[in-house]
Design a protein around this ligand. Sequence first.
Ligand code: ATP
Length: 516
Amino acid sequence: MNQDELFKKLIAHSKEYGYIFPSSEIYDGLSAVYDYGQYGSELKNNIKRYWWEAMVRLNENIVGIDAAIFMHPRTWEASGHVGAFNDPLIDNKDSKKRYRADVLLEEHIAKLEEKVEKEVEKGRRKFGETFDEAQFRATNPNVQRNVAKADEVRRRMVDALTGNDLEAVRQLILDCEIVCPISGTRNWTEVRQFNLMFETKIGSVSDESSTIYLRPETAQGIFVNFLNVQKTGRMKIPFGIAQVGKAFRNEIVARQFIFRMREFEQMEMQFFVRPGEEMKWYEYWKAARIKWHRALGMGDENYRYHDHDKLAHYANAACDIEFNFPFGFKELEGIHSRTDFDLGNHQKFSGRKLQYFDPETNESYVPYVVETSVGVDRLVLSVLANSYCEEKVQKDGEEGGERVVLRIPAPIAPVKLAVLPLVKKDGLPEKAREVLSELRCDFNCQYDEKDSIGKRYRRQDAIGTPFCITVDHQSLEDNTVTIRYRDSMEQERVAINAVRGIMDEKVSLRSLLNKL
Ligand code: ATP
């Protein structure tokens, strides 16, 4: 199965099994907005809990808050979002489709780079063992031409975007002879800046002054509460404030399922440090965050750092943690050293002092900030994509054929265990319900007695339940049950009164948190 097929199947599976639905589907959906179903919301909650406990519980100097989505409009002037939270957009007049101009150019560069790699592959095949790749790259005229072209387009693009020269961006699209993938024409409009913030009105009077925004990031709710938390929590620098919440961006090109949504959820932590110490903490959080991701056990090789080529004006260091999604390595989390830009600007715009008196140095200063910012929805996508698996079943005691299984890490799986009477008679359902009532206060459990045991195992595999507890005739005699393991399909017989302990060890978040 190629990655494209995998991605399509994953989207269909997520819908069929109650993970993710298109928003307001009965009205044909709303572009780039999704609803989480009964299992999706459990998975999302478990991921959020894992993050929250890793941040707030394991770090004595990090506390969590829950700020409002609506904020005073001046917040977004201070943060730079009113003036500069823009994407350059361009329309094709024939297809009436809208594109991000920078994305069109980046895709063009990627195509040139692909041509280079194809040429190198051709060389490798032609010359076999004697192939010297470095020499080939340095001398082959086709490679050289395309590398030079890609470099030139990249240079012009960065210059035009940095200088906010939209006419130059358009000219570059024309010079590269980029066509609309739908109409195939080069009939492009001007390039315009498009602000990504959603606006709405507050109160009963609708005029200019009542315009407010849906927050495009959660971070600002933390900055404006910096002093409230520092004072009431008697926090000493360095310390952090964490928050999980919704954010809204009117993305121009919203594709790739829940990777790029218009309403999404972020988990952000702002770490306030002494000026001059930010690089130490930046490196610390880079390492801590990738460790958190890798503790999920989805393959260390599926995560990598990507340093930003072009830093935002307020940052002095920034990188992404990328995940190997079905459509390639893409940003999962951002780690940014934001200097004193945010607190400094809020101080200017609000007229309130946002400083910290450092008892160790006897100085007051505006703290520097190192931020970690990860999207919950992108994490959900990474977990689902990594878990989805189709396989042949040849196990004794299981029906043969194919099964679709979601190998979700047990501590974040939506349903932890299913209690299943082998048959729906002979007192087995009653016994199974007794077992269930022992377990359901501790774990999210399901009870299922309909259809053959094989079919029931398949249903649990498809939603990613890591354990099935099967109650059979022997259970009535000796108070034992079998635990069936989702991934190996092995079965193990254990005493009923041992089940809770065994399960707790396997599904508790503790097993993840202990790795950090
Ligand atoms: P991208 O370059 O992919 O647009 P970004 O650099 O604008 O992302 P940040 O502003 O750094 O993203 O936001 C932090 C995190 O929030 C991202 O790493 C991502 O996980 C998540 N995120 C951002 N935009 C979206 C979106 N439209 N849909 C889902 N998650 C998002």
